[in-house]
Design a protein around this ligand. Structure first.
Ligand code: GNR
Ligand code: NI
Length: 183
């Protein structure tokens, strides 16, 4: 159990967790730049618990606050198979990045479409936890992809922004078609 979930479970009068609604492209709110978190209170811990619940239910391996229409610098990730890798990053900043990797990405705001994106292989990120305590995360490979993808959301950027205009328009047509099929 993560620190934030343990906190929620330990509070008898803590509100129940809630599933949040994920914004889907081309919702213009996905372009909002998130503001730094300045207050590390129970409401923040509740929000992070709700983000984890929403991410696991989707299911996804990451979620940025932007995607649930909260424009604060908060992201959650868990790339493990068994919920053992839960991480919450508040006010994340890239300290260093190097190398290059191509990874096939998806996004909960673009259901059913996937594309190869070029990113740094290794990133070192400074962030705060839900209590405001600073930490440094040094990651490479898929976890580095995920943290870069989530940090982009906090800046209003989405993975299709990296694609060539042709590739992007093909994928967005595919997204449209999938929507019409499921409608
Ligand atoms: O669930 C997700 N999977 C994923 C796969 C490859 C690269 C990035 C991701 S993140 C995504 C969840 C999401 O949209 N986070 O913003
Ligand atoms: Ni995404």
């Amino acid at each position: 159990m993560t620190a934030s979930l343990a906190f929620a479970a330990a509070q008898p009068h803590f509100p129940p967790m809630a599933l949040l609604t994920i914004l889907e492209f081309p919702d213009p709110r996905l372009r909002t730049k998130a503001q730094p978190v300045t207050v590390f209170d129970a409401a923040l811990k509740q929000f992070v618990a709700d983000m984890f619940e929403t991410m696991y239910a989707a299911p996804g391996v990451g979620l940025a606050a932007t995607q649930v229409n909260v424009h604060q610098q908060v992201l959650v990730m868990d790339m493990s198979e068994d919920k053992s890798g839960a991480m919450a990053l508040v006010n994340p900043r890239i300290l260093e990045k190097d190398g290059e990797q191509v990874f096939q990405e998806g996004c909960l705001s673009f259901p059913g479409i996937y594309a190869d994106v070029d990113r740094a292989l290794h990133v070192k990120v400074a962030a705060q936890d839900v209590d405001g305590k600073e930490f440094v995360l040094d990651v490479e490979g898929p976890l580095a992809v995920c943290v870069q993808h989530e940090m982009d959301h906090l800046q209003g950027k989405v993975f299709v922004d990296y694609l060539s205009p042709l590739k992007r328009s093909m994928l967005l047509k595919k997204l449209d078609k999938k929507r019409k099929q499921s409608a």
